[in-house]
Design a binder for this molecule. Structure first.
Ligand code: PLP
Length: 362
C-alpha cells in the first residue's frame, strides 16, 4: 500500500527522510551491534544520542545557555500538574489565559494547588479567537502566567507574546513547537508533548529558565520535580529512549533544510494555500478569527453536518486521512505540521474543490 497524506492532529506525520534514516539504522545502530530500541539508556552508545538530541534542539531553537532542556514522559497533560507543583508557591497565585480545551484543562489542574485565576477566556465565543491581555491584567504577585500558544482543537494561535514583565510566562507549545523561530528568552517555561511536531508519542519536552528550577513544593512527586530531572540529565529513571532518538533525527532534519526560518517559510506556504482557498469561496467556512489563524491546524466546516461527515470519509478514500474535526467541535481539521509536504495540501485543496462541485447544498 502507498503512504497517505495523514492530516491527524497527533500523533501525526513524521518527515519521510527521518523515517527512512530510522529504518536504515533500525537493526544495527552505528557500531553498537543493536537497535536503539534495545539499548540501555546508560550505555556509551546511547549517551551521544540524548546529548545529540539536546544539542540539535538547542541549536534549532537558539535556546539560551541559562535554560535547561528536559526529556520527560507523561505528555503535555502531566505538565498541567508539574507546572503548578514546581512554580506555584504555597499560598501563592497563578494566572491563566483560557483559549481552548487544553488551556482549560491546564487551568483546572492547577486550581487543585492554590489561588489560580483566569485572566481572560474566549470560551463564550467557542474559542474562535485568542484573548488579548496587557501586563495590567495579570495579578502583580502571580507566580506565573500560563498560555497555550497554539490551540490544536480550534485552530487558533497566539499572534503576540503577552507582556508579563518579571512574571514568568509558561507556554504549552505542543502543537507549534519548532514550526517557526520563537524567542525562548521571553518565556520562563516552554513545554510540549512531542507527538505533534517532534517525535512519536511518549516524549515530553520541557525548556525551563535556570532560576525557576528548584522551587518545587515538598509534596511534588519525584518524577515531576524539575530539579531532580535537571540534576539527573533527564535520566532519573529510564527515559523514552527511542523517542529521544527520533527527536534528534527530526531536529537534525530541520537543521539540514535551513533551520526554523526555512521551516516557517514552508509552513506559511502550505497554510496560505489552504486559507487563500478558504477565503476565495463560500462553500466552506473557516470559523476562527483571521488574525488568530493557526499555521498548524486549519479548521473549516461546510455548515451541513452530513456533508462534513461525507467529506471526511470520501477524503480518506482519496488518501487524505484524518480530516474529521475534533469530536467537541465537529467539521473538519487539517493538521499540517512540519512533516506534511506541500503536495499534501495541494491535493487537499483539489479535493475540496471537487467535493464542493459534486455536493451542492440544495
Ligand atoms: C495534544 C495537546 C496536549 C495533550 O498532550 P498529551 O501529550 O496527549 O498529554 C496538550 N496541549 C496541546 C496544545 C496539545 O496540542
Amino acid at each position: 500500500m502507498e503512504r497517505v497524506y495523514n492530516f491527524s492532529a497527533g500523533p501525526s506525520m513524521l518527515p519521510l527522510e527521518v523515517l527512512e534514516k530510522a529504518k536504515e539504522e533500525m537493526l544495527c545502530y552505528g557500531e553498537s551491534g543493536m537497535s536503539v530500541l534495545e539499548m540501555s539508556h546508560r550505555s556509551k552508545d546511547y549517551e551521544p544520542i540524548i546529548q545529540g538530541a539536546e544539542a540539535a534542539l538547542r541549536k534549532l531553537m537558539n535556546i539560551p545557555d541559562n535554560y535547561k532542556v528536559l526529556f520527560l514522559q507523561g505528555g503535555a497533560s502531566t505538565q498541567f500538574a508539574a507546572v503548578p507543583l514546581n512554580l506555584l508557591s504555597v499560598g501563592g497565585k497563578a494566572d491563566y489565559i483560557v483559549s481552548g480545551q487544553f488551556s482549560n484543562k491546564a487551568y483546572k489542574e492547577a486550581k487543585k494547588y492554590g489561588d489560580v485565576s483566569v485572566v481572560a477566556s474566549s470560551a463564550a465565543d467557542n474559542f474562535s479567537y485568542v484573548p488579548e491581555i496587557s501586563h495590567a491584567d495579570i495579578r502583580p504577585d502571580a507566580d506565573y502566567l500560563h498560555v497555550c500558544f497554539n490551540n490544536t482543537i480550534y485552530g487558533t494561535k497566539f499572534h503576540y507574546i503577552p507582556d508579563t514583565g518579571d512574571i514568568p510566562l509558561v507556554a504549552d507549545m505542543s502543537s507549534c513547537i519548532i514550526s517557526e523561530p520563537v524567542d525562548v528568552s521571553k518565556f520562563g517555561v516552554i513545554y510540549a508533548g512531542a507527538q505533534k511536531n517532534m517525535a512519536p508519542a511518549g516524549l515530553t519536552i520541557v525548556i525551563i529558565r535556570e532560576d525557576l528550577v528548584g522551587k518545587a513544593r515538598p509534596e511534588t512527586p519525584s518524577m515531576l520535580d524539575y530539579k531532580l530531572m535537571v540534576e539527573n540529565n533527564s535520566m532519573y529513571n529510564t527515559p523514552p529512549c527511542f523517542c529521544i532518538y527520533m527527536c534528534k533525527l527530526v531536529c537534525e532534519w530541520i537543521l539540514s533544510i535551513g533551520g526554523l526560518e526555512e521551516m516557517k517559510r514552508r509552513n506559511e506556504k502550505k497554510a496560505s494555500l489552504l486559507y487563500d482557498y478558504l477565503d476565495s469561496q463560500d462553500y466552506y467556512t473557516a470559523p476562527v478569527v483571521a488574525r488568530n489563524r493557526s499555521m498548524m491546524n486549519v479548521t473549516f466546516v461546510t455548515g451541513v453536518e452530513e456533508l462534513d461527515k461525507k467529506f471526511a470519509s470520501e477524503a480518506a478514500k482519496a488518501g487524505l486521512k484524518n480530516l474529521k474535526g475534533h469530536r467537541s467541535v465537529g467539521g473538519m481539521r487539517a493538521s499540517i505540521y512540519n512533516a506534511m509536504p506541500y503536495e499534501g495540501v495541494v491535493k487537499l485543496v483539489e479535493f475540496m474543490k471537487k467535493f464542493a462541485e459534486e455536493n451542492p447544498k440544495d
